[in-house]
Design a protein around this ligand. Structure first.
Ligand code: ADP
Length: 532
């Protein structure tokens, strides 16, 4: 270029770029053909800067002559000093970078899209986590809330079944029996939901001890024998001779075996065989295999079945396609099994050829476990909420019903009320009765009952004084005391608590209310003893 901005010489390549014969451009300015990429500078400005050697490289767009397709170029320049034959000039070199720029633009666009998707993923991940936590909390609270009414349903139906068979209509009796069975089923489901939420929230506690895996597995098989015998299904056990001593939680391992064995029963035809083998995989781990000859599991489902609430197909399919046997459940069993196994530092997987028309390919569940449970998360006490502790107490509540009966001492001169209370309670509790404060006190010292229920109005020393005396003596200080009260007057309630009572029950009370109150007080006492 001449220093005045007109073209001095154009090579063939440049002529092609500008889409114009060199002769037509030589001696002319090129400002109408060139502009700066993303630049606010005019061609004249750029040219001036290059001439002063203040700019030697920039990207420009060439708008070729009579052509719509722009070309993006990297433009570099250098000054060529003149001599007597040639004037000073500026050499411009245009390098076509259109394709490269288009690719770079595409990459940048994709990068931006990916960054956007990434931040959306992070956001939805956080949202998923929040919803999952909400779900776990909801399940935990809902199950917990279900346990209290369940205890009453179970408790009352037990009382009727054990004591009233002859006294009530046989049809009603059968209904009560089915209520009782339904309560047991619901109790199992509630416990499963609680286990799943404990696993999801990493709150599953282990109580490890030395156990023999073979013995635990055999016990579980025996427990299920009423179902397996009925269906003609046999368990074939191959246990390695020698040491199968495992340091882990016995109850939880029972859950693992029971769930796997009952699935094997559920999804296998009558008369088939379930093979159980337990041995050492190597010097560090046990290998447990439960192999059935049932309907099998599709390859595409083999990962999903360990997710909570996941069920393959429908129970109807299992029971109609291959008559005689019945599948279906809640979809919680395997997720609990996986949670327990992993909690012990183990692994679980399934192998199956998949479901096949009218044949039984079967499934093989494999578990590996370290000889000594490797606890995979902390037993951090702070993680165990009050609900968790109450759940445990509720479990004890159900178990309390099967332990030695607690003794209740009634101190009340109202014989009728005492009789009703005794009728409601006699199945679950031992009861003793005193009709005066003095007799009540001596029975309390003599029997040290689990709980005292008394009226405030008593002949001789009144209930409030009796309660104060009980509270002042070491032997009776810890016995929970509840007052029967005829009203809910504030001063009367205050008097109850002021003398050291734990609670009061307003007359007339319902049997359910009485039982609930008694269990609550017994639980509270047990809780205080546990956390002392
Ligand atoms: P469920 O209570 O429904 O049995 P699980 O979590 O124990 O729940 O099992 C999840 C699903 O895995 C079941 O619905 C069933 O479809 C499948 N499954 C589990 N064990 C077996 C098995 N031994 N054979 C075939 N399918 C099985």
């Amino acid at each position: 270029m001449r220093t005045d901005g007109t073209v001095y010489y154009l090579n063939a390549c440049a002529s092609q770029m500008f889409n114009i014969p060199a002769s037509q451009l030589e001696g002319k300015p090129i400002c109408s053909y060139v502009s700066e990429v993303n630049g606010e500078r005019s061609w004249e400005e750029i040219f001036t800067l290059m001439l002063k050697q203040e700019l030697c490289k920039t990207n420009v767009i060439i708008h070729p002559h009579e052509n719509n397709e722009d070309i993006i170029c990297e433009l570099s320049s250098f000054f060529v000093p003149g001599n007597k034959d040639y004037p000073d000039s500026l050499a411009l070199i245009f390098r076509n970078i259109t394709q490269q720029t288009r690719i770079d633009e595409q990459i940048e666009k994709k990068n931006l899209e990916m960054a956007k998707m990434n931040s959306e993923l992070i956001r939805s991940n956080a949202e998923l986590k929040r919803v999952s936590e909400m779900k776990s909390n909801f399940l935990s609270i809902a199950s917990h809330e279900l346990k209290t009414p369940l205890t009453s349903i179970k408790g009352y139906s037990d009382i009727i079944i054990d004591n009233m068979k002859e006294k009530i209509d046989s049809g009603v009796y059968r209904m009560i029996e089915s209520i009782n069975r339904a309560a047991d089923r619901l109790h199992r489901v509630v416990n499963n939901i609680l286990d799943v939420t404990r696993i999801e929230q990493k709150r599953l506690r282990l109580k490890p001890e030395m156990i023999d895996l073979g013995v635990v597995a055999k016990d579980c098989i025996d427990e299920l024998s009423q179902f397996s015998l009925k269906r003609g299904i046999t368990f074939n056990c191959t246990f390695d001779k020698g040491d199968l001593q495992f340091y882990g939680d016995k109850m939880k391992m029972q859950q693992v075996f029971t769930n796997l064995f009952s699935n094997a029963l559920k999804y296998s035809p009558d008369g088939s065989v379930v093979e159980v083998s337990i041995g050492k995989q190597n010097q560090k781990r046990f290998h447990i295999i439960v192999r059935d000859h049932g309907i099998g599991i599709d390859k595409s489902e083999q990962k999903n079945i360990f997710d909570a609430f996941y069920e393959v197909g429908s129970a109807t399919r299992h029971s109609t396609d291959f008559s005689k046997f019945m599948g279906g459940g809640t979809g919680l069993g395997l997720s609990i099994v996986k949670g327990i196994v992993e909690r012990h530092g183990g692994k679980i997987w399934v192998e199956s050829e998949g479901v096949k028309e009218n044949s039984f390919p079967g499934s093989e569940f494999h578990i590996t476990l370290p000889f000594k449970a490797e606890i995979s998360w902390d037993d951090d006490e702070t993680k165990f909420s009050s609900i968790e502790k109450e759940d445990e107490l509720n479990e004890q509540e159900i178990s309390l019903q099967t332990e030695v009966k607690p003794t209740i001492l009634f101190i009340d001169s109202d014989r009728e009320a005492v009789e009703i209370a005794r009728m409601v309670l006699e199945n679950a509790f031992e009861t003793i009765v005193a009709e005066s404060g003095e007799v009540g006190l001596s029975l309390a010292f003599q029997h040290h009952p689990s709980l005292i229920l008394m009226d405030s109005y008593l002949p001789g020393i009144d209930g409030y004084r009796v309660c104060r005396i009980l509270r002042s003596q070491d032997e009776t200080r810890d016995i929970p005391v509840a007052f029967f009260s005829a009203g809910t007057q504030n001063d009367e309630i205050q008097k109850c608590f002021a003398c050291g009572a734990d609670d009061f029950i307003v007359k007339p009370f319902s049997g359910r209310e009485l039982v609930d109150k008694i269990w609550r007080l017994l639980m509270k006492k047990k809780e205080e003893e546990t956390f002392k």
